[in-house]
Design a protein around this ligand. Structure first.
Ligand code: F1P
Length: 363
């Protein structure tokens, strides 16, 4: 990808598409992300310990907005500082609804390309208004956003040919998780196991994702995630839309009962990204959706009773919830990928989309 114009690039390893290659090789980018954080340990810990800010605003667009929804609660839980996700367009166009008078916010920007106009303009506007630091996570070292930032964590191995974010998204998530884990050693040491866990997960559940993706009896998808998992459910929902053009939505677990469950029938797959802390409440929702005729796929650290799950993906990672979020992604990215193929879509060239949204001054 070179900032949006498309150049035909041979697919490494003879894979059928760049997207499949990038999904299957993402643990390599996770390893690189852990190395980048280790190399920036001093600067990151200095930032976490500095009294320069009173809150953290996490921002991005599209996939990286959903990544912000996963990173903000993590930053607040791990650092004990108020943190919230805001789409870059809202930050740019409605700043007074975001920045409280007298607040000293740190701006945390996330962008695969580092060239998305809304995120660039929101950061420029932030710097005109505030003196607090700007941190960025991305995949391209020469990007404009890097030049606007005080600390840049760049994962070149996250770079992709596909328009849709898969390997980049997960590598940037590992970067944010590892950066906060530094404040809670030995969490960072434990996270070194993630690449091997990812390789094993892909090997073990690739066939299940393919079978469910190609399953003609399923017509609509609902992705449920709460707490640290809501942003991930939103991202996978976007993958299902971007790649396969399917009927798909994301909700917080308990919110699903308050109306959306009216859509559940025997052609529905309800996917649960189970948490540790609220699993009893979440499993109850899944049991009810099965009783309404829906099928359920549960992703969780430990095996769950079959009453709640038709299909299961179990991590057995031994990692804390704040360190293992990336494990929810590969199997669900493959589910969306094979649904796209089954719908005759080319995941490398999703309908109506470009890799970077660059706006000219009039819009
Ligand atoms: C953000 C983004 C992607 C979306 C599409 C257009 O890009 O919205 O999430 O899939 O590729 O751009 P970035 O700011 O993260 O580079």
């Amino acid at each position: 990808m070179s900032n949006g114009e498309h150049i035909t690039v041979t697919i490494p390893g003879g894979y059928e598409t760049h997207t499949l290659y990038e999904i299957l090789t993402q643990p390599v980018a996770w390893r690189a992300a852990l190395e980048v954080v280790a190399a920036s340990q001093e600067a990151i810990q200095k930032l976490w310990l500095s009294e320069q800010y009173t809150e953290i605003i996490v921002t991005g667009c599209g996939s990286t907005h959903y990544l912000s929804q996963a990173v903000a609660p993590l930053l607040q839980q791990q650092l004990g500082v108020r943190a919230r996700p805001v789409p870059a367009s809202e930050l740019l166009l409605f700043p007074d609804t975001i920045y409280a008078p007298g607040s000293r916010p740190l701006l945390f920007t996330i962008s695969r390309s580092g060239h998305t106009t809304e995120t660039i303009r929101a950061t420029e506007a932030f710097k005109r208004r505030h003196t607090e630091p700007v941190v960025t996570i991305g995949c391209y070292p020469e990007a404009e956003l890097v030049a606007l930032s005080d600390l840049a964590l760049i994962i070149a191995e996250g770079q992709e040919e596909s328009v849709v974010q898969t390997r980049s998204f997960s590598a940037m998530l590992v970067t944010a998780q590892a950066a906060t884990a530094l404040a809670h050693e030995p969490q960072f040491q434990a996270m070194q196991r993630l690449p091997a866990l990812g390789e094993n997960l892909i090997k073990t559940y690739h066939d299940l994702a393919k079978a469910l993706g190609e399953e003609k009896g399923i017509e609509r998808f609902y992705f449920l995630g709460s707490g640290l998992q809501y942003g991930l459910a939103s991202e996978i929902n976007l993958k299902m839309k971007e790649m396969s053009l399917s009927v798909s939505e994301a909700f917080h677990f308990m919110e699903f009962r308050h109306g959306p469950m009216s859509m559940v029938n025997e052609r529905t797959l309800v996917v649960g990204l189970l948490s540790d802390s609220a699993s009893e409440y979440e499993l109850a929702v899944l049991r009810e959706m099965r009783a309404l005729g829906g099928r359920t796929l549960v992703l969780s650290e430990n095996q769950v009773t079959s009453k709640a799950a038709d299909y299961q993906v179990t991590f057995n990672s031994g990692l804390a919830e704040t360190n293992r979020a990336v494990l929810y992604l590969p199997v669900l990215q493959l589910l969306a990928y094979y649904r796209a193929r089954a719908n005759g879509q080319n995941p490398d060239q999703p309908h109506n989309l470009t890799a970077v949204v660059v706006l000219d001054s009039s819009n």
